[in-house]
Design a protein around this ligand. Structure first.
Ligand code: G3I
Length: 357
């Protein structure tokens, strides 16, 4: 039995070592020494998720295969946003989101909903909406409750409100603040809770790792919600980070989130390499290893700092480097994810597993 186990291990490692080197921008990066039949989520003590693109799930077998094999939690990258689900005032479009939810549930994966309220990705009927505060309130409530009700019993959790604060800790002057006042955030959570008493409700934002003013504002909002009995179950730290982000900042952000007592979701993790916007940047072995070290630190800090009962899991923001939003945002090449453009594992893949040990 023991001999057989080591034989399997040896075959797995050999297969991994012989698999193609990951090729990016003309250079090659060694694949990590991980057995080919490893499934990432099975190596983790908490849920391991990815945000996914519905079109790629339907049309790219490699993409679909990696999502199915490696992750046990799914977030829709775009298919559950306001504009995608509610393109006209009296029209809801469920097809893409339903496809993802059905896929996830039939493959035993958790679904995290993203997002009920955001300042952007709104359809023009909302940005052009003219109505008094009662009409705006009805618009907000109708959207949240129709969506939460539609996915009731299928979606485990929602990013109820996304990115409501500026980096300086002030409230973003969004269309929602303008029409509904600053306490609209609390009402979003109440409306969601009314529609589903069991679904977990998260506040999600970016920048906890670099802005002490922002993370303090979010912690204050959560404390205020608790004192008023406003329902909130979790905090999402997006963690779109650069590989040069300091370990100290990462642990400070995670500590603050854990101190809320809520569930903590690292909700949109990616580790970018090219804030210098070098148009010719290639992924060298050195850069891939530095990126892996940062992934490992994030996972280790999360697993060490956040009590198990509060660990909602870690979700990467998409799967392979070619699918990432980062190059489009930076307008420069980048390689922020644990899989390369061919869905081969990068050093970051093994680093995630190592970080959880
Ligand atoms: O669907 C249209 C398509 O019909 C059209 O042909 C195409 C032309 O540009 O645009 C398509 O929509 C794009 C959509 O992604 C789907 O690909 C939007 O223009 C584009 O703005 C949108 O970008 C998304 C962005 O959020 C805005 O919603 C990114 O994919 C997505 O990764 C990004 O995700 C956000 C999180 O939701 C919140 N946190 C930050 C994170 C990164 O920005």
């Amino acid at each position: 039995m023991k001999t057989y186990f080591f034989y399997i291990l040896a075959v797995g490692f050999t297969a991994a070592a012989c698999s193609k080197k990951t090729s990016q921008g003309g250079t090659t990066v060694q694949p990590p020494p991980v057995a080919v039949d490893t499934m990432l989520y099975k190596m983790m003590p908490f849920k391991m998720g990815a945000s996914v693109n519905v079109n790629l799930m339907k049309t790219n077998a490699s993409y679909n295969g990696v999502v199915t094999k490696e992750y046990n939690s799914i977030t829709a990258e775009n298919a559950m946003k306001f504009g995608a689900l509610h393109p006209a005032q009296n029209t809801f479009f469920w097809t893409d989101a339903d496809y993802l939810v059905d896929y996830a549930l039939s493959n035993g994966k958790r679904v995290h909903g993203h997002t009920l309220n955001w300042y952007t990705s709104l359809p023009s009927w909302v940005t052009n909406f003219s109505g008094d505060s009662t009409a705006w309130e009805d618009l907000l409530k109708t959207h949240i409750q129709t969506v939460v009700t539609h996915f009731k019993g299928k979606v485990s959790s929602w990013d109820v409100v996304n990115e409501a604060f500026n980096d300086d800790g002030t409230l973003r002057n969004s269309i929602w603040v303008q029409h509904l006042g600053p306490d609209y955030i609390a009402r979003c959570f109440q409306y969601a809770r009314q529609a589903d008493s069991a679904v977990l409700l998260f506040y999600n934002d970016y920048g906890h790792e670099y802005s002490s003013a922002k993370r303090t504002a979010i912690a204050n909002m959560i404390a205020n919600f608790k004192s008023r009995g406003i329902p909130i179950d979790g905090i999402g730290l997006q963690f779109h980070i650069t590989y040069t982000q300091s370990d100290a900042n990462i642990s400070t952000a995670i500590n603050m989130a854990a101190a809320t007592g809520l569930k903590v979701h690292i909700a949109e993790l990616d580790v970018r390499l090219n804030d210098a916007k070098d148009q010719g940047l290639v992924l060298t072995q050195t850069l891939a290893d530095q990126q892996a070290a940062k992934y490992k630190y994030v996972v280790k800090a999360y697993n060490t700092i956040v009590p198990a009962a509060q660990q909602y899991g870690i979700t990467t923001w998409n799967v392979g480097d070619a699918d990432s939003w980062v190059p489009g945002w930076l307008k420069a090449p980048d390689y922020p994810l644990p899989f390369d453009r061919n869905y081969l594992r990068k050093p970051a893949y093994r680093a995630i597993i190592e970080g959880a040990k």
